[in-house]
Ligand binder design. Sequence first.
Ligand SMILES: *Cc1c(COP(=O)(O)O)cnc(C)c1O
Length: 336
Amino acid sequence: MLIDLRSDTVTQPTDAMREAMLRAPVGDDVYGEDPTVNALQERLAADLGFAAALFVPTGTQSNLLALMSHCERGDEYIVGADAHTYRFEGGGAAVLGSIQPQPIAQETDGTLPLDKVEASIKPDDPHFARTRLLTLENTWHGRPLPFDYLAEARALATRRGLGFHLDGARLYNAAIAYDRPARDVAASFDSVSVCLSKGLGAPVGSVLLGSAALIDRARRWRKVAGGGWRQAGMLAAAAMHALDHHVARLADDHERAARLAEGLRRVDGLVVKGCHTNMVFVDVPAARLKDLAAHMAAHGVRLSIGYLPSIRLVTHLDIDDAAIERTIDAFASFAY
Ligand SMILES: *Cc1c(COP(=O)(O)O)cnc(C)c1O
């Protein structure tokens, strides 16, 4: 069997999840009439402490709708130079929202230094875009941001009148790592985007959370972006099932990632650069990268090579203990 460690997006819906999808009551969500979508939105809003929520197809769209709902044409958002909302979303905020990004180089822990954030806020002057929003990402490349930093950044946003958005694609991984309820991780923010199709294992979907007014604007932009979907309740049912059954087990993914890192540290020629929540990062001599990729493919292991300086390995629902052992063995049988 293939071991796919490229991302936690590659999971197959479980049989129980497919069963839940099959039986879901559905309606036309553009009319607000899909009972399963409504239940998902109400549940997540209540769980995470927000007034309203919007179920959308992807995390990229969820972040885009958030940026377009916080900002208007000619506004600016402050964002990590390595953040998904800046680097990995096709420049959507600028392309589709006429919103200018102000990237800030991140520290190795994923934080944006707050003095640099503050220094980048533009004065109210027609020479400049209007700085409107600060965005963070948690987890970032698997790292949970230092928990106290969330409140410190919140205080800055409040003092300077900025909106505060979290790309919480892996919010629940962060919550497990902090050993805190997810709502505590979301509490500092005006809006949060959560992915259900990463470690939680749903086939499709993200949810944007915020105030009623912000979510009304986001719903409007979702329609404009072609994301007004109809009987989406079958997908919402998968998401509900994931929230019921796949949150606590993220701890297993974190434990397997730690075990994988431990095994790989014993392999000569490999350098384990980091292990955070469900992600392991390893370096090999650049000249051996291509051969290693072929070797691992021949052993039925798929890896993410090329997007980041390091090779990334991500544990998820479809990676069991045997897969961890086989992966370590495959790495160990290569001549670096
Ligand atoms: C995956 C991801 C997204 C985007 O989600 P898609 O559903 O792939 O569009 C956004 N932010 C982060 C941090 C992600 O990992």
